[in-house]
Design a protein around this ligand. Structure first.
Ligand code: SAH
Length: 396
């Protein structure tokens, strides 16, 4: 039986993207009548166009720009544990075909039909982010569904990220189920890594670069490797596992470097991995002054553009980083540049990297341009959800 939801009306001639398949309806596109104003953030609504055509069931938040996020093209869908369990099981079935072990992003928000909900799976530990009020208010239901589908030993809520403020949500980290998981060891690209879902960055690990780390590893044999903005060593250790002679991780976070060091020990590479706590730009300048170079250099920084207004300064920072990182590459070496800023699109990122490499006076070939690994799908009608860019250049 269909559930009765309040009706959210789209203004005449508005909702163009949603009609074409996008799940998002913006605050300027809706009729904000007294009934809508009275709704709490996160309530379920049925969305209808001006002519009465139903668009489906959505989660609503009248306090933010993305006012409604469609969860189904059917109206009257109950957002209960059965609903979430079915969506999560579907998302997991895709990953289970692609990965040998249960270490992956199991739910990637809109692209998996779960707007604003991210779930990373570390074996029997789940690390969850809720970036929409409609998910946040259903935390208990979602936790029940996660327990039903995955039978985890722990569920961690990593709701301590900046974008939540856009939805009027507080920042918090909490254990939603089970006991504190502590550090978790897992295999990726031939090395053993460690992550801490409670205290690590984001959900604990950046699975999105898995495939790009493997690709970078194909260049690594016999070379010295520099991994700037290394976090817990994802690129550096993949390169060592692929035969690099030595690697240096540079990161501003002692905690991240500590995990990289433990990962090196667990992988048998402690003698080959150097760790340096430093600002990446300063470290690159120092190395340039000393003429230190590497056969493979990876620079995968945090998002420089956190909002639209950051686009120009962020673009300059990507250019500066490309220039400094290119200068650290030996003749004939390889340069990997990453960006996770969704405000900087692929074309802009490419242009800034190309400009920076040119400023470093290094003739280059672009060998590969890629995005996030397959456990981070893109919603076909939200190209802006393709946030990750990775470019691989062979320098002369
Ligand atoms: N390349 C990593 C992910 C990088 S995330 C991987 O494959 O997993 C970005 C990293 O940059 C974080 O670990 C953060 O601690 C670090 N960081 C942020 N600002 C920095 C700075 N100014 N200098 C060095 N590291 C920095």
């Amino acid at each position: 039986m269909a559930t009765i939801h309040p009706t959210l009306k789209v203004k005449p001639r508005e909702g163009k993207r949603a009609r074409a398949g996008s799940p998002w309806i913006f605050s300027n596109e809706i009729v904000m009548d007294a009934e809508m104003k009275a709704l709490d953030p996160g309530e379920a609504v049925d969305v209808v166009l001006d002519d009465g055509t139903p668009l489906g069931t959505a989660i609503f938040n009248g306090k933010t720009l993305i006012a409604a996020r469609l969860v189904s093209s059917e109206p009257g869908i109950a957002l209960d544990a059965d609903f979430f369990a079915a969506r999560l099981a579907r998302a997991d079935a895709i990953r289970a075909r692609l990965f040998a072990t249960p270490f992956y992003r199991v739910a990637h928000a809109e692209a998996d039909g779960l707007p604003g909900l991210v779930v990373d799976r570390y074996g029997d530990v789940l690390s969850v982010q809720m970036g929409a009020a409609g998910m946040d208010v259903r935390t208990d239901i979602i936790v029940a569904a996660l327990r039903r589908v995955f039978e985890p030993r722990a569920i961690v809520l990593r709701n301590d990220f900046q974008a939540r403020t856009l939805e009027g949500l507080p920042s918090l980290t909490a254990l939603a189920y089970g006991k504190e998981p502590g550090e978790i060891a897992f295999k990726e690209n031939g090395a053993t890594f460690l992550c801490d879902p409670m205290t690590g960055q984001k959900t604990g690990w950046f699975y999105d670069q898995r495939e790009n780390r493997a690709f970078a590893g194909r260049f690594a044999k016999g070379l010295s490797v520099l991994d700037v903005f290394s976090h817990a060593g994802g690129f550096a250790l993949a390169a060592l596992a692929a035969g690099a002679s030595e690697a240096l991780c540079i990161d501003a976070s002692e905690k991240a470097l500590g995990l990289a060091g433990k990962a090196a020990s667990a992988s048998g590479f402690e003698a080959k991995l150097g760790l340096r706590k430093a600002d990446a730009f300063e470290a690159l300048d120092d190395m340039a002054a000393q003429g230190v170079k590497f056969g493979l250099v990876i620079a995968d920084p945090p998002a420089f553009a956190k909002s639209r207004k950051d686009i120009e300064p962020a673009a300059r920072a990507y250019r500066k980083l490309a220039r400094a990182a290119a200068a650290a590459v030996e003749p004939g070496g390889t340069l990997v540049l990453g960006s996770c800023s969704h405000h900087i699109d692929a074309a802009r990122f490419h242009a800034e990297c190309a400009a920076g490499i040119h400023q470093a006076k290094r003739p280059a070939r672009l060998l590969r341009s890629s995005g996030a690994d397959v456990d981070h799908p893109v919603h076909p009608h939200l190209p802006e959800t393709a946030y990750l860019k990775a470019l691989v250049f062979a320098l002369d």
